[in-house]
Design a protein. Structure first.
Length: 359
């Protein structure tokens, strides 16, 4: 079987870190997993990098396109992490090239923007890919919603994100009865990801007499976000800690030090955020909005789901006012993640089976 896989040449096209975001992390892990399965994998990084600005962006795009075409030309299988914005037209162009070369096409969708609304560029991509292409989505609910929006889709494959989480998070000690309530938030900090609502929630908890702390991690790249962090520092004092971008052991420490992970996202592309699976793997109770597939992600856990970011504080506050830290909750949350991880293993084997069949 290993020799058969080596004969399958996979062209993998998608964003790779840096910068670090959900899609680049997933693409990187998929590339690693396929290489570990003994496939012959060539990658093309389609990210904008961390320093590309101005005239360098179109030059980078031209280079990436030429590089991608060369990889498509030599591939038996072409895997593309779909761009959600106007970059989807470039995805469509590369898909047409792959189809003309007779390659098997796998399109990995990470955004809910065009799942909830039928967009012209998505219609063009689906038609360019043809009925034999496979569209990869992140959850059963995403598959259902995408098929409702794009009924002409023929092949859908669910491949969740649980298996792409750092397994070391499972070694984070579970929470103990009576531990202090510590709310955490980690993301590429922005209003869309909910930094303002997180701070508002913790302030409301403090003002209602609850003993609570706030720990925030992640890059703060805009003035608006930095102003929010200053607001938290001014109003919470020693009850607030900002750790900046974290990775490796620092990320493990972050999840070890919090009891509840708040994620009141309103991000239009939100689908199945990795940070929620990370928190669950670490045994941390999640408090989130129902964007994308988040409700499905938190099934089986004791997570708190609100209708939207606009009502996040109002709906989460009365629940969090009664919140305590319980070992049983930590065990249940981690158990829900392990169930999702087991489901991923079956999904990934099905994915590998599809790829192996291309030899």
């Amino acid at each position: 079987m290993s020799e058969e896989k080596e004969h399958v040449r996979i062209g993998l096209i998608g964003p790779l870190p840096p910068p670090i975001n959900g899609q680049s992390m997933v693409t990187s892990r998929i590339a690693d997993e396929l290489s570990n399965c003994a496939f012959s994998v060539q990658t093309v990084d389609t990210s904008n990098g961390v320093r590309s600005r101005g005239i360098f962006l179109p030059l980078l795009a031209v280079y990436q396109t030429v590089r991608a075409l060369s990889v498509v030309y030599a591939a038996d299988v072409v895997y593309i992490a779909v761009k959600a914005g106007h970059g989807m037209w470039l995805t469509t162009f590369l898909t047409i090239a792959a189809r003309l070369m007779g390659a098997e096409i796998f399109l990995h969708h990470h955004s809910y923007l065009y799942v909830s609304e039928r967009l012209l560029r998505m219609v063009a991509l689906v038609r360019a890919a043809g009925p034999d292409s496979t569209h990869i989505v992140l959850s059963q609910s995403m598959a259902r919603d995408l098929r409702a929006t794009m009924p002409e889709l023929n092949k859908l494959l669910v491949l969740g994100n649980a298996g792409l989480v750092d397994p070391l998070l499972l070694n984070v000690p579970r929470k103990q009865d009576g531990d202090p309530v510590v709310v955490g938030h980690m993301s590429n900090l922005s209003p869309e990801k909910g930094i303002s609502e997180v701070i508002d929630l913790v302030l409301a908890l403090r003002d209602s007499g609850c003993e609570v702390r706030l720990v925030v991690a992640g890059p703060a790249e805009t003035r608006e976000t930095r102003d929010e962090l200053l607001r938290a520092a001014d109003n919470l004092g020693q009850l607030f800690e900002y750790r900046g971008p974290v990775a490796g052991t620092q990320k493990l420490d972050f999840y070890r030090d919090i009891s509840h992970f708040a994620f009141p996202t309103r991000y239009a592309h939100e689908a199945a955020p990795l940070v929620l699976y990370e928190a669950m793997a670490a045994g941390v109770v999640c408090v989130a909005t129902s964007c994308g597939s988040i409700a499905e992600q938190l099934e089986g856990s004791v997570g708190i789901i609100t209708d939207s970011a606009d009502v996040f504080v109002g709906q989460a506050l009365p629940i969090m006012q009664k919140a305590t830290v319980r070992t049983a909750d930590s065990i249940q949350v981690r158990g829900a993640f392990l169930a999702a991880l087991e489901e991923f293993e079956g999904q990934f084997q099905a994915f590998v089976g599809h790829l192996s069949a291309q030899d």
